[in-house]
Design a protein around this ligand. Structure first.
Ligand SMILES: *[C@@H]1O[C@H](CO)[C@@H](O)[C@H](O)[C@H]1NC(C)=O
Ligand SMILES: *[C@@H]1O[C@H](CO)[C@@H](O)[C@H](O)[C@H]1NC(C)=O
Ligand SMILES: *[C@@H]1O[C@H](CO)[C@@H](O)[C@H](O)[C@H]1NC(C)=O
Ligand SMILES: *[C@@H]1O[C@H](CO)[C@@H](O)[C@H](O)[C@H]1NC(C)=O
Length: 434
């Protein structure tokens, strides 16, 4: 166990920060490794030890920062200090981050008789209340809700664990995409550490989300939120990608088949949903009548699916000619780069510079997906796009060691943990693909 070591770790971290990163890299033509390490060090400005998360940004953004930290640590295996810091960050978030879940679904009173996540009767009546002191909203749900999550298990393997330490409850809220971002975060932590409690948490969060399926659209999919009034791309891409990731990490055949079946079902539904447009990019979601709403083509909606398709490729070792998972991913990535890059090849979202609390995170998510694709299906266009964004972030969008929202620059004040961590994904991608 790591817990008794934590105070010591944190002191060590301070020393490492002082020793390892004391020299400024800001005015040198630093290597991709040094750039990413320096940026990681500066991310500490927002790190809050008491919550295990980064101040100045939101709940789902923090899940993405955790994912990015895992990717960085895998791309920079020689740096022992960084390896240690990543592990401490995971351990602290695992214990403390749920306190910052803004819309906690917690079994605080928990003797309601309605079915969690089933929707029609959620949330109604007195299932929600506001904390008398903090005014935070809380939601009640039945204590035996785990039983519900086994509803879809084909062979009902009792071995999908719900260890107390990997209890998904504190990680869930009524925005289903948030929950799945956290599942991917714990997969990233598992990939680095091979610690099973991270994988189990990721599995359990996903299992909870299977209860949202299906929507009123095309006999499948999951809703964006408990309000069940929007079927959007991001939530369904995350559902697909998480299932595909979990299939490749399952230890038992029955589990692998279970998660793979969900991934196939979710992808097949996504294809039928019409969210992919004639240009080959993905719009925001569906209308009430279940057709493509022509909503904004956000970068992250072009990115999450790439990671999922790469995992499907791994799961199947697909070699067939014709339309493979990788060729589909390649097509989407090309279409996205055509639509979202500027004349210098730097990635943008249409919201810049006023991207609010969410839009600041999007481009990093795309870079992460592109990096995953580039590793298995190298393409000069992708390599060039990663390099151009990383170079631009470093040279044109950096002030006092941190990055702001517009990767082409100039720096826009203020940066925060979202703008900085998102831009870091370009540096991490540049490092990871060599
Ligand atoms: C860390 O987060 C807590 C809880 O939100 C907050 O009260 C505290 O001020 C933060 N600490 C710092 C150093 O900002
Ligand atoms: C628990 O359920 C009972 C019966 O429905 C109800 O009377 C009681 O108020 C509930 N308790 C809480 C704390 O919600
Ligand atoms: C979306 O755009 C296409 C092509 O212009 C158009 O045919 C379709 O009706 C639009 N859909 C909506 C919901 O506006
Ligand atoms: C982070 O910074 C961006 C860009 O300045 C801003 O749009 C966003 O609202 C900030 N996020 C938060 C949570 O304040």
């Amino acid at each position: 166990m790591i817990s008794w070591l934590l105070p010591g770790f944190l002191n060590l971290l301070k020393m490492f920060v002082a020793d390892t990163y004391a020299h400024s890299v800001s005015h040198t033509n630093a290597s991709p490794t040094r750039r990413a390490e320096s940026a990681f060090n500066n991310l500490d400005r927002w790190y809050n030890v008491s919550t295990g998360t980064w101040d100045s940004t939101g709940w789902w953004n923090n899940a993405n920062i955790i994912t990015m930290v895992g990717n960085l640590a895998r791309a920079d295996p020689e740096n022992d200090q960084l390896q240690l810091r990543a592990r401490v960050i995971f351990a602290l978030a695992f214990r403390r981050a749920p306190a910052t879940n803004p819309q906690l679904i917690a079994p605080i009173i928990g003797n309601g008789s309605f079915a969690l996540f089933k929707g029609t009767n959620y949330p109604v009546g007195n299932d929600r209340y506001s904390d008398a002191h903090t005014h935070e909203p809380h939601t009640l749900f039945p204590l035996d809700w785990h039983a519900i999550t086994n509803r879809h298990l084909p062979n009902n393997p009792n071995d999908l664990p719900l260890a107390a330490s990997s209890n998904p409850e504190p990680w869930l809220n009524g925005y289903y995409d948030d929950n799945l971002w956290w599942s991917l975060a714990w997969i990233s932590a598992y990939d680095l550490t091979q610690q099973k409690h991270y994988l189990h948490l990721a599995q359990n969060i996903f299992l909870a989300m299977t209860n949202i399926w299906p929507t009123h659209c095309h006999s499948g999919g999951i809703y964006w939120s408990w309000e069940r009034n929007y079927v959007n791309a991001i939530t369904n891409e995350l559902f697909f990608s998480t299932a595909a990731h979990l299939a490749n990490r399952a230890h038992k055949k029955s589990e692998r088949e279970y998660f793979f079946a969900w991934a196939e079902r979710a992808l097949e539904w996504f294809d039928r949903s019409g969210m992919i447009n004639a240009q080959g990019t993905i719009n925001d979601g569906l209308t009430e009548e279940c057709v493509n709403n022509n909503g904004t083509v956000w970068s992250y909606n072009q990115g999450v699916i790439l990671g999922g398709l790469v995992e499907m490729h791994r799961a199947t070792a697909q070699t067939a000619t014709g339309e493979t998972y990788l060729s589909r991913a390649t097509r989407i990535a090309h279409a996205a780069l055509r639509q979202l890059s500027d004349a210098d090849g730097v990635l943008h979202d249409p919201c810049e510079p006023n991207c609010g609390a969410d839009g600041t995170q999007f481009k990093g998510v795309f870079m992460r997906g592109l990096q995953e694709l580039q590793k298995v299906a190298p393409d000069e266009v992708f390599r060039d796009a990663i390099r151009r964004s990383a170079e631009s972030v470093w040279w044109h969008n950096r002030e006092d060691g941190v990055f702001s929202v517009n990767w082409a620059g100039p720096f826009i004040y203020p940066a925060n943990a979202s703008t900085h961590s998102s831009a870091m994904e370009a540096l991490v991608a540049d490092l990871a693909v060599g």
